[in-house]
Design a protein. Structure first.
Length: 251
């Protein structure tokens, strides 16, 4: 088998050699000739070549478009603010802080009458932060007195005092619009005052009577826990007559 393969290889090499050297041209089997006229016709003729000057050079083809000018860069779009995370409420605006450098102190005004308190409260709600003031009420029940007077003069007043001392009955100045006069006791109800009047009558006092010294009233107290001079001036101007005779004092 190897001998046959070797013999075929020798025959193939011999055939290629004969074809390559034109030995088989009579049989129509020959390699292409390098001197054929067609190949010579395709050669470049160097004598026909000419060099063109720069001035005679043809203009560049208009088919190639000129490079378009670079378009101006688009302005940067500002980034949108980040949205709050789901479930989170937007932060409330910060409350303005107190003016720098102003000292603060706790101030209180007492005895504000009911007729002025409502207007004062409306002004505070409209103009002052709720954590900077407190308006509280205090109810004072009426007060009743067992009273002797008014006396015509100081001599008559002194004579009545002597009579009461002799009967060992306690007394005091009536005060206010009831002067000159004497108080034999002050009570929170008219009934209690009437019982005391009956008691002193048994002890020989005939000219005493029961009077109402003070009606039921509701008074208000305004407290400014951290008042600056500016806040104090603002509230005093707002309150007007509410603070007449009732100035602010330290807490």
């Amino acid at each position: 088998m190897l001998r046959i393969a070797f013999l075929l290889l020798v025959l193939a090499n011999a055939g290629y050699y004969l074809w390559n050297h034109g030995q088989l041209q009579a049989l129509g089997l020959a390699p292409p000739s390098q001197t054929e006229p067609e190949r010579l016709g395709q050669q470049v003729r160097p004598e026909a070549l000419s060099l063109l000057s720069v001035d005679n050079a043809p203009p560049p083809s208009s088919a190639t478009p000129a490079t378009a000018p670079a378009s101006p860069a688009a302005p940067a779009t500002p980034a949108a603010p980040a949205a709050p995370a789901s479930g989170e409420e937007p932060a409330a605006p910060a409350r303005p802080e107190k003016a720098a450098g102003q000292p603060t102190s706790c101030l209180v005004a007492t005895g504000i009458e009911d007729r002025h308190a409502e207007a004062l409260r409306r002004g505070l709600i409209a103009q002052v932060a709720s954590d900077q003031w407190d308006l509280s009420s205090t109810h004072q029940p009426g007060r009743w007195m067992v009273y002797m007077g008014k006396f015509p003069d100081a001599e008559f007043l002194e004579r009545k005092r002597s009579e009461l001392r002799a009967r060992k009955i306690d007394f005091d100045r009536a005060g206010g619009a009831l002067e000159p006069g004497l108080s034999l006791g002050r009570f929170s109800s008219e009934e209690a005052a009437t019982r005391e009047l009956t008691n002193v009558a048994r002890q020989g006092v005939r000219t005493a009577r029961v009077v109402q010294e003070r009606p039921d009233i509701t008074l208000y107290t305004l407290r400014l826990p951290q008042a600056t001079p500016a806040l104090r001036s603002q509230v005093e101007s707002m309150g007007g007559k509410a603070f007449e005779g009732k100035p602010f004092r330290p807490c």
